[in-house]
Design a protein around this ligand. Structure first.
Ligand SMILES: [Zn+2]
Length: 307
């Protein structure tokens, strides 16, 4: 097991996707194996997200340190989830942590709750360190001549999602609003909000898309994520009109081509969110997150986490 973990850690790569813009990709992109990013400009650097465990944070800090020996000046958290934020402590106090104001609230509310889902994971020392600067709407960082635009989108994956857009280079860091060969997950955000958001991201015309999980790609990643979510919404509509529970709908659904995506059990969480969004009665619009996770386990067994 120890050896397997090392192999997986070693497989993480820092890829230069444009001059001075890097994607840190952790295969295979499944539960808690997220991507991060690094942007250089002028004499400053911005890190986009961190990683889930102390061991992975040290690995990220090492490779970041090869490019930025003093550490990044800013750290942008795309959203509050622990895989993207638990490593924050490894980059402070040098880095100013920036996030959307909802992210800050959600991060404090969530605390280290994610760890209880996978008690077998060696989380190490990963205290919850929240943003010191929050914004609403949009915010731009100026690294020399390079514009780094932070845009609040959604509700999409959560209610406090930030995408990082580099207009001069056509590079878009999407956080978990967009996924690559991995099942999208909107339990804590919105299915319809995600679809709307992806439409707006397409209008930016990105050439390079760094998703929250999985390999870097182009605009096709937007279409792939959107097609899953549109399909999911139809599955939810059919299930609701037939009077089926979320679990009954999940069990009777043929995933078709989407079966090839990692972590397909997320259909249960996604259906919970879709059912709530389609509900006539506002009382049905509240999603019990713990129950949804419980049903996900009931549906597919304990989800694998290789963090
Ligand atoms: Zn996430």
């Amino acid at each position: 097991m120890e050896q397997l973990m090392e192999v997986q850690l070693g497989a993480a790569t820092m890829q230069e996707v444009a001059s001075g813009i890097y994607a840190y990709v952790q295969p295979d992109g499944g539960w808690c194996l997220n991507n991060a990013g690094l942007i250089l400009g002028g004499d400053q650097a911005v890190l986009v997200d961190t990683v889930a465990t102390e061991r992975r944070a040290r690995a990220l800090a090492k490779v970041v340190g090869e490019l930025v020996p003093d550490g990044p000046d800013y750290l942008v958290n795309t959203h509050f989830h622990g895989d993207h934020t638990f490593g924050n402590s490894h980059f402070v106090p040098k880095a100013t942590i920036i996030a959307h104001e909802h992210c800050a609230v959600e991060q404090i509310a969530a605390g280290t709750g994610l760890r209880s889902l996978w008690p077998e994971v060696e989380w190490g020392h990963t205290p919850v360190i929240g943003p010191t600067v929050t914004y609403r709407g949009e915010m731009t960082l100026h690294l020399g001549a390079r514009r780094v635009e932070l845009r609040h989108v959604g509700p999409a994956h959560t209610t406090g999602d930030t995408v990082v857009w580099l207009p001069d280079d056509g590079v878009l860091f999407t956080g978990d609003v967009v996924w690559s060969r991995t099942t999208p997950f909107c339990l804590m955000g919105s299915i319809t909000g995600s679809i709307d958001t992806i439409g707006r991201l397409r209008d930016l015309g990105p050439q390079t898309v760094v998703p929250g999980h999985g390999q870097v790609g182009g605009i096709e990643l937007l279409a792939q994520t959107e097609s899953y979510l549109s399909w999911l919404l139809e599955v939810a509509r059919d299930g609701l009109s037939a009077g089926r529970s979320v679990l009954e709908t999940a069990r009777s659904t043929d995933l078709g081509a989407f079966a090839e995506l990692l972590d397909s059990e997320r259909i249960v969480g996604n259906l919970h969110r879709a059912y709530a969004e389609l509900a006539d009665d506002p009382a049905d619009a509240v999603v019990d997150i713990a129950r949804a996770f419980g049903e996900m386990v009931e549906f597919g067994g304990p989800p694998p986490c290789h963090a």
